[in-house]
Design a protein around this ligand. Structure first.
Ligand SMILES: [Zn+2]
Ligand SMILES: [Zn+2]
Length: 384
């Protein structure tokens, strides 16, 4: 077995890993776009021969989850190569893609391509010639995110994708590894937080929910910005709003995603039906009277409602880096939307040092390959 990290040993996002068996079967894990870097340095372009049209010798691409830095380049590779992704992830990604297509950002051919993605389920063993891939559910800021266990030539490799253990499904991560994985030969592990500013005590999603509820109780009108596909965060905000007795309001696109999650999830935490209002002019009096929590994004409607409810608070619930001066070129639209006096309410979608350590203890790898981080050398501290 041969492992090649095409991109990702010294960058967050845009990671591309290739695994080749001794018989020549080749799979790629994640096919993401580069994220902007803090120091503005240019990251390497994706240059894998076997992924291109006419030269395809990659047998399959596996995507761990629907974040752009893991799936964003799907339309740059030959359509002959099958792309595997979680079944639920595929549907969520499709909803996002349709919104982008309606704004002219992506084309109809991209929608057709996503339609052809092959959905996988947790625990399902997918055979690509002599390589077997098993997806394991993990906790992350994307719903239906996975680690992938790759088995071939009598060896086991675990690719963590992006993960954490301080979210809603955090407690299930280690037991799932014990059931489906056991000891591995090689661990390809994300190290995002090791290269960012360290938090002494990581905030859990549950603490976010509690704090949100307190803010909503004190304030009649709250606007919240967070990613439309960070379902765990939206569920926390939603629960906080309901417990505080406020209406929960969002746009049609967001409601569609939440209604889909409601139908596919068995957990009561993700039950949104009957508790989500679609924003419309005719509910404004009700909003005034009852108080509300509204999910907003940088667009005309959100700006209009925010102007009408001046006596309100604004909660920023995603990575603060997007607001930093360093990312001005990439996120100016966002920076001009977020008011100066926002409340910051967020926790990372990535594993802290302790969580990474626990994974290592659970799968006892012979080799660790750090990816999705700018400081792979931080993994050396794991020994102490
Ligand atoms: Zn990522
Ligand atoms: Zn991610």
């Amino acid at each position: 077995m041969e492992i090649t990290i095409h991109r990702g040993t010294h960058q967050i996002g845009g990671c591309v890993t290739e695994i080749e068996s001794s018989k020549g079967t080749k799979i790629i894990i994640d096919i993401g776009e580069n994220l902007p870097t803090e120091d503005g340095r240019k990251l390497p372009e994706l240059n894998v021969e076997g992924l291109k049209e006419g030269k395809e010798d990659i047998d399959a691409v596996f995507v761990t989850h629907y974040h752009g830095d893991h799936i964003g380049l799907f339309n740059k590779i030959s359509p002959k190569i099958p792309i595997y992704i979680g079944e639920i992830s595929k549907q969520i990604y499709m909803m996002v893609a349709k919104k982008l297509a309606s704004a002219g950002i992506i084309g109809e051919e991209d929608i057709e391509r996503i339609n052809k993605f092959i959905g996988y389920k947790i625990g399902e063993k997918i055979k690509i010639n002599d390589i077997i891939v098993t997806p394991i559910e993990v906790d992350h800021s994307a719903f239906d995110a996975h680690m992938l266990l790759i088995e071939c030539d009598g060896k086991k490799v675990l690719h963590t994708g992006d993960f954490r253990t301080h979210g809603q499904r955090g407690k299930a991560v280690i037991p799932a590894l014990e059931i489906y994985v056991g000891k591995v030969d090689c661990l390809i592990c994300e190290g995002t937080t090791l290269s960012r500013e360290k938090e002494t005590q990581i905030t859990t999603e549950f603490e976010i929910q509690k704090e949100a509820k307190e803010i909503f109780e004190k304030n009649m009108y709250s606007f919240v910005i967070c990613s439309s596909t960070n379902i765990d965060r939206i569920a926390a905000i939603h629960k906080g709003a309901i417990e505080a007795g406020r209406l929960f309001v969002c746009d049609e696109y967001q409601k569609e995603i939440l209604m889909y999650i409601d139908t596919v999830s068995r957990s009561t935490y993700y039950k949104f039906k009957g508790k989500v209002l679609n924003y419309a002019e005719n509910i404004k009096n009700l909003m005034k009277e009852k108080g509300f929590v509204m999910l907003v994004r940088p667009n005309y409607i959100s700006k209009k409602v925010m102007r009408e409810f001046k006596d309100s608070v604004f909660i920023y619930s995603q990575w603060k880096g997007y607001l930093s001066e360093k990312y001005k070129n990439d996120y100016e639209y966002l920076q001009s939307f977020v008011p100066r006096d926002y409340i910051y309410l967020h926790t990372s979608g990535h594993a802290d040092f302790e969580a990474i350590k626990k994974i290592c203890e659970a799968v006892k790898p012979q080799i660790i390959i750090p990816i999705h981080g700018e400081k792979p050398e931080e993994f050396n501290n794991m020994r102490t």
